[in-house]
Design a protein around this ligand. Structure first.
Ligand SMILES: *Cc1c(COP(=O)(O)O)cnc(C)c1O
Length: 397
């Protein structure tokens, strides 16, 4: 058996690979530079063109581009009307922003458990948490896999709930042939550099509902309107605009929009490469009884954002921490996605207790994300697989 690098052996590779990385090419850079030389550097023609492009990519009727994914979730939660006294059911395994947006509005997040094999929100768990105060659901397409829309739509219909889909991981994914972004009441995207396409910082909300669209547009710019029909004191004065509610400045710059427009042209190739890598990892790891491979539902045609390596701890002598550290020393640099949201100390202070989502908690103790991004070479993915094998063999029972 090979000596692990963490105990002084030679690492599988010399240079570290991170779990994620953006791909910015010369044409992306040119698009940004060209925009910086133009008349508009914020909220101009590039943002308009980007919104149009996002409608094309997602099949949604409307798109509202904002400064980041968290801003997208915040505005969606406000437009959904979440507020004091409302409960909103949220995925428990996700980035804190999915749930923080509910808190921003003064409503209460209620955490639903995940399925033990897909790691997505479990519709049966949602159903059990519904009370007369439940107003909506924030469902996350975890790792990029679409949530179980058919089951969730049934629940929403039955209990009159609004569905916000957090698709920060899922641009390019389809559910039963329909692109994510055209299915939920509102769908939120993030364009942070680690996601499949990036604008540096950036986000968007898509919707098919005209009223929600107008509300989101207004909330993006301070709650100010130029539409006389929305005003309390309408006038035909050309300079007049009116703040009719409390909004924010969540606008995106033109150069970010230019970058994202350029990136979106490459979504098909980014998506294809990610699928190729996932297939290769799945094949390698399904042969190892020490590793669980994430289950894909047949309805989801997934552009994967994260690859989750889940350990079968019954077959290993180590725990997740030891495995993580060993893999890290081999220069495959993993990350963990995610701590169950309510385990964060802030949520603990709000009164959430451990034990409410057993599948999520077990999941958290057994996982790490391994490198998955467009520019990983075949040699890189071979190294990742060799590193995982090396650690598995060392700790095999
Ligand atoms: C990245 C991410 C967000 C937040 O997006 P930002 O653009 O970083 O604000 C929200 N939810 C999930 C699931 C994410 O992965």
């Amino acid at each position: 058996m090979e000596k692990l690098a963490i105990f002084g052996g030679t690492p599988v590779r010399e240079t570290p690979i991170a779990y994620g990385k953006q791909c910015v090419e010369q044409d992306d850079i040119d698009a940004v530079v060209e925009t910086l030389r133009s008349d508009f550097i914020t909220c101009g023609p590039k943002v308009d063109a980007l919104e149009e492009k996002l409608c094309e990519v997602t099949g949604a009727r409307y798109a509202v581009v904002v400064s980041n994914g968290t801003a997208a979730l915040h505005l969606a939660a406000l437009a959904a009307g979440f507020g004091e006294g409302d409960e909103v059911i949220v995925s428990s395994v996700t980035f804190a922003a999915s749930s923080n947006c509910v808190l921003y509005c003064g409503a209460k997040p209620v955490f639903a458990d995940i399925r033990p094999d897909t790691y997505n929100i479990d519709p049966e768990s949602i159903e059990k948490l519904i009370t007369p105060r439940t107003k909506g659901i924030v469902a996350v397409d975890f790792t990029g896999q679409a949530v179980e829309h058919d089951a969730i739509r049934e629940i929403c219909k039955k209990h009159n709930l609004i569905l916000i889909e957090d698709a920060a991981h899922a641009i390019g994914t389809k559910y039963k042939g329909r692109p994510v972004g055209s299915i939920a009441d509102m769908t939120c995207f993030s364009f942070h550099p680690v996601k499949t396409v990036t604008s540096g910082e950036g986000g968007a909300i898509t919707t098919n509902d005209e009223q929600l669209y107008h509300r989101l547009m207004r909330l993006r710019t301070h709650g100010i309107t130029r539409n006389p029909e929305e005003m309390v004191h309408p006038t035909d004065a050309l300079w007049y605009n009116e703040q009719v509610e409390l909004g924010y400045n969540y606008r995106m710059t033109e150069f970010q929009a230019a970058l994202l427009l350029s990136q979106l042209k490459k979504l098909p190739k980014f998506s294809a490469r990610r699928k190729e890598i996932v297939e290769k990892y799945d094949k390698a790891f399904s042969e190892m009884p020490e590793i669980f491979v994430q289950r894909e539902i047949p309805e989801s045609d997934t552009t994967r954002h994260l690859y989750i390596l889940r350990l079968n701890l019954d077959k290993l002598t180590c725990d997740r921490r030891q495995f993580f550290d060993a893999l890290y020393a081999e220069n495959t640099r993993p990350q963990v996605h995610y701590l169950p949201v309510y385990w964060h100390s802030y949520y603990e202070k709000l009164g959430y207790q451990k034990g409410i989502c057993p599948n999520a908690e077990k999941y958290y103790e057994e996982v790490m994300s391994i490198p998955l991004y467009y520019s990983l070479t075949d040699a890189d993915t071979d190294d990742v697989i060799r590193a995982v094998k090396k650690v598995v063999e060392y700790y095999r029972k």
